[in-house]
Design a protein around this ligand. Structure first.
Ligand code: ADP
Ligand code: AMP
Length: 216
């Protein structure tokens, strides 16, 4: 199953994608995670991407699409994938369709996780991420068993630099201006369904599963 997960920053894409990927036996591909891994490793791509990520702006389409083209060509994507964080512009959506067509694939579902904008600041400012395995927590909504320590791997939890209040505001503006139009884009293609993301994590997961025809 080839799936795109959409929604504003903080909607819960990463949280849902982790479980969906395990249930569907397909890779969870987060463009944000790939960029952050490159920043951590000090690669050329990481240095370039960080100039945009640190301000909450989008990394240019050509850079992002070159990266994702390589990732989608990897063998583990043969049976499907969950794309989390891409596309974020109409240009990326068109480019993605071309890449998939070249590989003889298409998108089966685009899942839009809908959360009111005013809830997102609280979600993003309380987010903590594992430095080691990227597992995501929330200080209040989804805390780890032991404060500051990842339940999955024991790694150290940290706050993303772009989860500061000022950068969050720009990210939400960028979402509304550049990414929200994708809802209509995919609605017109007949592949999109929307889920109410303003519910408990497990309830969102059940609703996503129902839309995908999965009874998990
Ligand atoms: P995204 O990948 O869309 O940016 P995340 O999955 O990282 O979003 O979630 C953002 C923050 O909100 C995290 O701290 C996460 O633990 C929390 N969160 C995710 N889903 C929910 C939910 N349904 N209810 C409350 N908090 C949530
Ligand atoms: P995320 O982890 O999805 O919140 O993404 C973090 C940051 O990475 C974003 O604010 C962007 O700067 C960058 N990024 C992630 N995905 C994309 C994309 N598809 N296009 C451009 N920039 C992206």
């Amino acid at each position: 199953m080839n799936i795109v997960l959409m929604g504003p920053p903080g909607a819960g894409k990463g949280t849902q994608a982790e479980v969906m990927a395990r249930n569907l036996f397909v890779p969870h591909i987060s463009t944000g995670d790939i960029f952050r891994a490159n920043i951590k490793a000090g690669t050329e791509l990481g240095r370039l991407a960080n100039q945009y990520i640190s301000k909450g702006d989008l990394v240019p389409d050509e850079v992002t699409m070159a990266m994702i083209k390589d990732r989608l060509a990897e063998e583990d994507c043969a049976k499907g994938f969950i794309l989390d964080g891409l596309p974020r512009t109409i240009g990326q959506a068109d480019a993605l369709a071309e890449i998939l067509a070249e590989q003889g694939k298409k998108l089966d579902f685009v899942v839009n996780i809908d959360v009111p904008i005013e809830k997102l600041i609280e979600r993003l400012s309380g987010r903590r991420v594992c430095r080691n395995c990227s597992q995501t927590y929330h200080m209040v909504n989804n805390p780890p068993v032991e404060a500051g320590v990842c339940d999955e791997c024991g790694g150290e939890l940290y706050q993303r630099a772009d989860d500061s209040e000022e950068t969050i505001k720009n990210r939400l503006d960028v979402y509304l201006a550049q990414s929200a139009p994708l809802i209509e884009y995919y609605q017109d293609k007949g592949v999109l369904f929307s889920i109410n993301g303003d519910q408990a994590i497990n309830k969102v997961l059940t609703d996503v599963g129902r839309g995908l025809g999965q009874n998990w």
